[in-house]
Ligand binder design. Structure first.
Ligand code: PLP
Length: 468
């Protein structure tokens, strides 16, 4: 019984008369919500979606330049995915994935992901989302070293500005200062290397010098912790939620080389950068020239139609895990009731089919550079400190004229204002700190991109007008 029903004393009839917006405002505790406005916010309650557009409960339609949450790739309303989910639910909606039990969709998807993945990353451990996949990847690294008789190899290297999720360990791996609130975090064995971000537009340091310094400091940090204590390094190819932060060319190859020399596993978090956002199913090798030991994927894996995560593991690692030195503890005690849920795996299989049939990755390689070019035209706007992007992920950094760069209160308020103007004009972007993040569905057309660029430019002009 919700506490509000006593206070309001209005009974089921009045509750039924409440709109979804009112019910949501009174009862739903949102992820990542500003609790200072609890109960007072007017949430956007989305009722319908088709193609690249969503419609709210008041009938307003928006071009969704967030792609749900970086995840809706093939667009909304794809019958192929919906039919596959329905057919699987009718045939067998759920069965346990534990031990030596599986379902047909999980088996098929495991094989399909092994075909699509680089190198020998042929073993797939399914989870429920990106955070649980990140946690599982680190636990795989731990299990692997314990199996090799090296249980002291436990420490994890992450990076400042990273985002890896919202469960305890994934949040601890994340490295954005603003994300760290009053929760507890694991700091004993999680270390954050500096952010590798390099923006050639704004940096006075040449990319090659920046890279050399980053790698020197990475090696120094490893020496200080002791490579014998370090299990893995985790990195997004491009830091997404950090603000589409792009490392200098050669960074991932050099970091992988450092990892190899120190017997540290390299985990690539492709939760955002995989499944087409950068024009490839997996971007580590295709876009950055590295074959990691482990790849984490989620989001675009099902185009957001179902929650699902997957950890792709090298055969070499899986074999070492299986040949566990400690035969008294052979069970890989990690996994969830809904790991590799059959309906989610059916959605993922249909999603991959659609992506291949429609050559969605090829489409992204075609329209992605146009998207970045159109947004970069906004670089000279007085309220824009920087524009960064790669294929279909981009970010605008807002700055009040005369204000310092970064997430100051005034810059954050400005980003919110730009977001509001976009929304009023029928465009959803994602405001975060002083950033406006854009990651449209991958099926976005050049016409949609023009609309995104025009509305964003108009929103910046309107926000500038507000400041006068
Ligand atoms: N890793 C990255 C790079 C992400 O951007 C996210 C979510 O945004 C996650 C992991 C966590 O994924 P989920 O929200 O599905 O748990």
């Amino acid at each position: 019984m919700p506490q509000h029903s006593v206070v309001h004393g209005s009974g089921p009839a009045a509750a039924a008369a409440e709109t979804a917006v009112e019910k949501d405002a009174r009862h739903v505790l949102h992820p990542w919500a500003d609790l200072s406005a609890l109960g007072e916010q007017k949430p956007l309650v989305v009722r319908g979606a088709e193609g690249v557009r969503v419609t709210d409960t008041e009938g307003r339609t928006y071009l969704d330049a967030i792609g749900g949450m970086w995840c809706v790739t093939v667009g909304y309303g794809r019958r192929e995915l919906i039919d596959a989910m329905r057919a699987q639910a009718l045939k067998m909606p759920y069965y346990t994935p534990f031990g030596d039990v599986s379902s047909e969709p999980a088996a098929e998807l495991g094989a399909r992901l092994a075909e699509l993945s680089p190198g020998d990353l042929n073993r797939v451990h399914f989870t429920t989302c990106g955070s649980t996949a990140v946690e599982s990847a680190v636990r795989i690294a731990h299990f692997h070293f314990a199996a090799r008789g090296r249980p002291e190899k436990k420490h994890v290297l992450s990076r400042v500005d990273a985002y890896h999720g919202s469960t305890y360990l994934a949040a601890s791996l994340s490295g954005k200062a603003a994300d760290r609130t009053t929760f507890h975090y694991e700091d004993g064995w999680v270390h954050h290397l500096e952010s590798p971000a390099h923006d050639p537009d704004t940096s006075s340091v040449p990319a090659a010098d920046h890279l050399a310094a980053l790698i020197d400091r990475m090696e120094a940090e490893i020496a200080a912790i002791g490579p014998e204590n370090i299990a893995c390094f985790i990195a997004e190819p491009i830091m997404a939620s950090g603000g589409v932060l792009i490392p200098p060319p050669g960074y991932h190859e050099a970091a992988l080389d450092v990892c190899r020399r120190n017997d540290i596993l390299y985990i690539s978090d492709e939760v955002v950068c995989g499944f087409g956002r950068l024009g490839h199913f997996f971007s580590s090798e295709a876009a950055f020239g590295v074959v990691p030991d482990i790849i984490v994927t989620a989001k675009g894996l099902t185009s957001g139609y179902q929650p699902l995560g997957a950890v792709l593991v090298s055969e070499r690692i899986a074999e070492a895990m299986a040949a566990a030195a400690d035969r008294s503890k052979p069970v890989f005690s990690n996994g969830f009731t809904y790991s590799g849920h059959p309906v989610a795996c059916a959605a993922a299989l249909a999603n991959i089919e659609v992506m291949v049939a429609d050559d969605v990755c090829g489409h992204v390689r075609d329209v992605g550079p146009y998207f970045v070019r159109r947004l970069r035209e906004l670089r000279d706007h007085p309220l824009v400190a920087a524009v960064r992007g790669d294929h279909l992920m981009a970010c605008l950094e807002c700055r009040v004229p005369g204000e310092e760069d970064g997430p100051t209160a005034r810059n954050q308020a400005l980003a919110q204002r730009v977001d509001r103007h976009c929304e009023e004009a029928g465009l959803l972007v994602r405001p975060f700190e002083n950033l406006c993040i854009l990651s449209p569905p991958l099926v976005v057309t050049k016409g949609d991109i023009d609309r995104i660029a025009t509305i964003t430019a108009d929103a910046l002009d309107a926000a500038e007008h507000d400041l006068r």
